[in-house]
Design a binder for this molecule. Structure first.
Ligand code: CO
Ligand code: ZN
Length: 329
């Protein structure tokens, strides 16, 4: 596995609406492998790899969750709102970093009942002692993200940026390996998924595909007392059945499963009760676009330490290559 690329792509900061550095990095990585590329007005990177057959749009979102400055207290503490899904107990004490490099810690007012923690009781502390001092570094509307650097060992990766750099990584690595595409392929690296599948909604209009396939993290349901769901660590690439944004099209589920079986790639079914991804926007385009999702089982999604197994990531890359080299019948 290309751990070097994995580490690099999980080190670039890019909350929703601030994906420029990631899209530049990805374009640089793939430009020798594609026939054409364009950026749309929203910032989606649309990379075309010509192939025979029907048009397939692949989507992986470049953005990550973050926190946006809403108000600065006179003592210098920063109030914020969420960019994407944030859980107060999960982000408590997280390190964050703004685009200009200013760092801080998420903390909370003293509460009578600490279980009653809500985002409006929380603040970011950048170490300032007055509003004037804080305003020299940060202004209303600025966005920060978790600051943890990625850690990769021989079997796993931990980073707050897995959602969804890991989807982008799988797409890039598959693009490198694919020899004979059975589709006319559009690799779309989308913006603003975390705030409502925005990039997928606009780019699917541009691409106008026959099929859709997106790549994202999903909950690994194997931690103690987790909800009983089929997907788990080291269970292989996940073929999504449903999440809250779509019921995957049977045609795509069948195709993905057939490819996994034919190439003897480890796979598992996946169901997500909360949360969706780009295929939720792709499948309702025009008269309908049969769409599927290939997910990577991930623990602690939307925290400062998302974790995934390298084995599942490798299975996902291998399955993607097989899916793209096999025509849908
Ligand atoms: Co997410
Ligand atoms: Zn995601």
């Amino acid at each position: 596995m290309n751990k070097d690329l994995l580490k690099k792509i999980c080190s670039i900061k890019g909350a929703s609406s601030e994906e420029d550095n990631i899209s530049k990095f990805i374009l640089n990585e793939i430009k020798g492998l594609i026939d054409k590329h364009s950026f749309d007005k929203m910032g989606n990177l649309i990379a075309h790899k010509k192939g025979s057959g029907k048009k397939m749009m692949l989507a992986g979102h470049m953005d990550q969750i973050g926190m946006m400055v809403t108000f600065i207290e006179k003592e210098g503490f920063i109030r914020f709102t969420n960019i994407g899904g944030l859980t107060p107990t999960v982000i408590h004490c997280a390190r964050v970093i703004f685009s200009n490099g200013i760092t801080g810690i998420v903390n909370c007012e003293r509460l009578e009942d600490p279980t009653k923690i809500t985002l409006d009781k929380m603040f970011i502390d950048i170490g300032a002692v007055s509003r004037e001092e804080a305003e020299k570094h940060v202004k209303i509307g600025d966005i920060c993200v978790f600051a943890n650097e990625p850690i990769i060992d021989d079997h796993k990766i931990m980073t707050p940026y897995l959602d969804d750099r890991i989807g982008c990584f799988v797409m890039i690595e598959a693009l490198k390996k694919i020899k004979k595409p059975a589709f006319d392929l559009y690799f779309v690296f989308t913006v603003q998924e975390e705030v409502g599948l925005i990039g997928a909604k606009t780019s699917v209009y541009t691409v106008d595909p026959d099929y859709g396939l997106s790549f994202d993290v999903t909950i690994s349901a194997d931690t103690p007392k987790a909800r009983k769901l089929p997907q788990k660590f080291d269970g292989g690439a996940c073929i999504k059945i449903k999440d809250s944004s779509l019921l995957c099209h049977p045609l795509m589920i069948k195709h993905m499963e057939k490819c996994a079986k034919a190439a003897k790639i480890k796979y598992q079914y996946e169901i997500l009760e909360m949360g969706g991804t780009d295929s939720g926007a792709i499948h309702v385009h025009k008269g309908g676009v049969p769409s599927g999702v290939l997910s990577i089982p991930t623990r602690y999604i939307h925290s400062m330490n998302e974790m995934a197994r390298l084995s599942d990531i490798q299975d996902s890359i291998d399955l993607t290559v097989k899916i793209l080299e096999t025509a849908i019948d």
